[in-house]
Design a binder for this molecule. Structure first.
Ligand code: AMP
Length: 425
């Protein structure tokens, strides 16, 4: 099927053609007609499948078609002057919010549709003045949106469509209460579009409270990793991982590689070590200011930074065109994060390579991931970086901490005091 045969507005057809999209992706083929028909949608799709355009294009179509009608009547011209927020997209992270905003502005560049993005860590006054100029589409992280709502700086009573993007990650980040509060401020007759890369019972329970007779779309096997990504696992001792990583980047001449660590501190330390090895490296995580994160990302995209070290939360939503290499310097405690990580490469049909550096201590995590993605990983040794078999076994040294304890440690949670993880807004 072509974009034109989906019945989209000509402005949108022109933009996607300019962007070089020859045909809709499977999720776009399934979601666009349902969204145009005003149905609720619950979609599970692999990351990088074109899901942003799957909701952005039909929602923009509706706004453009309304604008065409408004041009012909005086009441309509007034409508255009006093824009009301008609679409709200909620995202878990600032980066994803910015990414979705970029997509909306890019697809609607030749029209009067206005999109605004709001998130924490950036000036609220700048965001308010952008909102005051008129806003059809608002893209927001939950915390900043609630701040604007409670200060009565925006109203959502005319909202037509609510989109929850990466709903699984929103729950992981503890946004459920914020989402429930936001839901009390939006009309019950709205259309709701629910996107999640992975499904859990919690996600299904939330979707049931939000959606009315949704069209269920699943373009690929649940919890499957991006299909065009080759996955390689090297068994390597912890103290050799950084050297092996630098060696891989140098010897294979990788120009742009995204590397994952579990903690912010780990990301900073690894970045320093790799800089010492002469590789242009930067870290991106929640402790960096928004300005610093934007700069690092821009430098990475422009090829000035060769290796970008990221934590799971910071990396969510990053869309780097043609990213070919992803490295797991440490495996994630949460197996589903592996899917998100390696989904950063092999996007929209291109191929990618995901390399995991796995120490003996992490073998149980690899087993969990293998079960989830139904992959029989076959760990290899890299010549010159073979594990030291004479060293005392890491796993026998002391009792393995529970996965819960390790995850709490990575999130900086004091479990004894039962403190909740700090949310980034
Ligand atoms: P997303 O899954 O929304 O993060 O999109 C992943 C990437 O696919 C983005 O870089 C989009 O620009 C690109 N993309 C979206 N739709 C298409 C399409 N129909 N053909 C080719 N690329 C696309």
């Amino acid at each position: 099927m072509s974009f034109a045969s989906l019945g989209l507005h000509k402005t949108l057809i022109n933009t996607v053609t300019e962007r070089g999209y020859s045909n809709p992706t499977p999720i776009q083929n399934a979601a666009i007609p349902a969204i145009l028909a005003q149905r609720d949608v619950m979609a599970g799709a692999q990351t990088g499948t074109g899901k942003t355009a799957a909701f952005a294009l039909p929602l923009l179509h509706r706004l453009l078609a309304q604008n065409d009608i408004d041009q012909t009547s005086e009441a309509g011209l007034n409508n255009q002057k006093y824009k009301k927020i008609s679409v709200l997209v909620l995202t878990p992270t600032r980066e994803l919010a910015q990414q979705v905003y970029n997509s909306f502005t890019m697809y609607s560049k030749d029209s009067s549709v206005q999109s605004v993005v709001v998130y924490g860590g950036a000036s609220i006054n700048t965001q308010i003045s952008a909102l005051n100029k008129g806003c059809d589409v608002l893209i927001a992280t939950p915390g900043r949106l609630l701040e604007l709502l409670t200060k009565n700086l925006i109203k959502l009573h005319e909202l037509k469509t609510l989109v929850l993007d990466e709903a699984d990650r929103m729950l992981d980040m503890g946004f459920i209460v914020d989402i429930q509060r936001i839901l009390t401020k939006v009309p019950s007759g709205r259309q709701t579009l629910f996107f999640s890369a992975t499904f859990s019972n919690e996600i299904l329970a939330l979707s049931k409270t939000l959606l009315k007779n949704p069209k269920l779309i699943e373009v690929d096997q649940r919890n499957a990793t991006a299909s065009k990504v080759e996955q390689v696992v090297y068994q390597v001792d912890n103290n050799q991982k950084s050297a092996l990583l630098s060696f891989l980047i140098g010897s294979k001449n990788w120009k742009q590689v995204l590397v994952f660590t579990r903690t912010k501190q780990g990301a900073d330390e690894l970045a320093k070590e790799m800089q010492k090895d002469g590789i242009a490296t930067q870290a991106i995580h929640g402790d960096k200011s928004q300005g610093a994160r934007d700069r690092v990302l821009a430098d990475f995209k422009a090829g000035k930074v060769r290796a970008l070290i990221a934590t799971d939360i910071a990396a969510r939503g990053l869309d780097i065109q043609n990213l070919q290499y992803v490295v797991n310097h440490e495996l994630p405690y949460n197996a589903e994060d592996y899917i998100h990580r390696i989904g950063r490469t092999g996007r929209a049909g291109s191929t990618g390579l995901a390399v995991s550096l796995v120490s003996e201590k992490e073998n149980y995590l690899l087993a969990d991931i293998g079960k989830l993605v139904e992959e029989n990983f076959n760990p290899r040794w890299f010549p010159g970086f073979e594990p030291d078999l004479n060293a005392p076994s890491e796993t026998k040294k002391k009792r393995e901490p529970s996965k819960k304890a390790l995850r709490a440690h990575a999130l900086g949670v004091d479990r004894k005091k039962n403190k909740k993880p700090q949310r980034r807004r």
